[in-house]
Design a protein around this ligand. Sequence first.
Ligand code: CA
Length: 416
Amino acid sequence: MNTLNSWLDIAADSDFSIYNLPFGVFSVRGGKPGLGVAIGEYVIDLYGLAALGVFDDLLPDREVLNQPYLNDFMALGKGVTAELRLRLQAWLCDTHSELYRHQELLFEQKEVSMHLPVKVGDYTDFYSSIEHATNVGKMFRDPENALLPNWRHLPVAYHGRASSIVVSGTPVRRPWGQVLPKGASQPVFQPSARLDFELEMAFVIGKNSQLGKPIPIGQAGDYLFGLVLFNDWSARDIQKWEYVPLGPFLGKNFASSISPWVVPMEALAPFRVTGPQQQPPVLPYLQYEGEQNYDIALEVGLRPEGGEETVISRTNFRYMYWNMVQQLAHHTVNGCNVRVGDLMASGTISGPDPHSYGSLLELAWAGSRPLQLAGGESRSFLQDGDTLSLRGHAQKNGMRVGFGEVSGKILPAMEG
Ligand code: CA
């Protein structure tokens, strides 16, 4: 890897280094949203840049950059999206470039609004961390047989809800629902008392597949456009009562939050690592080649209303038992098709030790060991006014590629 030096001043610890260049959708002072790329403290206005004619040989129509979502741009394919990104990278290092001459096309991130980057079509949530699945199995089923018999044979998942996926910064209202009080035989209707987060990452689909035609695992990578941080807000008490026998429903679909910048797979390639050994061996359609896990450090911060933040978990995306190409090969093996803008979340990412768990359910072990926060308060589940933030970055040989953050503040339940 050559060292790249930009003429722009970029902090050494910036998530948005010259090696990253993630795509998002932004607007300035209530104006029309359009596509942007993050660099250091700035956003590059892609449509404004396109007006100089610099992408005319690459894009069929400049208007693809003047949209409220990335979908049409992603659908042009990696031949276009990766090339556009490489041009930006070169121009950011070249003082003879049009971008250098037109620095009015760089907006400070603090003066722009970020929007939901993708019009999400279908959303699927996997359950692919063996540590998380084991922890939950121990708490809710049988400590001796925490994993169900299918778990090591296929990446378990459920179909979620796209309508309630929101961008970072959007407040999340505590949901009402049916819960079964301890020892009771009849449910009651009340605001969730066990509101939780789930630390996840999600991949965005950048290419349509055909109905009836599975995506072979060796081609699955072509369909992955990029990754975001994902918080699968979860109401544990609602979830516990409703989930049998068909799985998660209203305990999950009241909100999920994503980070605003989609980090393309090309930027993450240097951080590929070997995944965990899979035992027993998987069926042939799930057997993959090469390094398919990613070394991405993740952390979770919790800040009570008016208080200071405590980092309550540190973990890594590399721990995932099932990787993304396996998830996509499995998702389509029955002929189910995927479309540009579909979102597939990893499932809660827990690591091996108790400080690396990806939910309060695990960190406070179902309320039995409340977490102490820096300001003296403790938490078993989220309280009104809490702000929960997920952050993630990869770092190696002087290159840093980060995701920024996805955060959300808990609002009190609606009046009954
Ligand atoms: Ca989840």
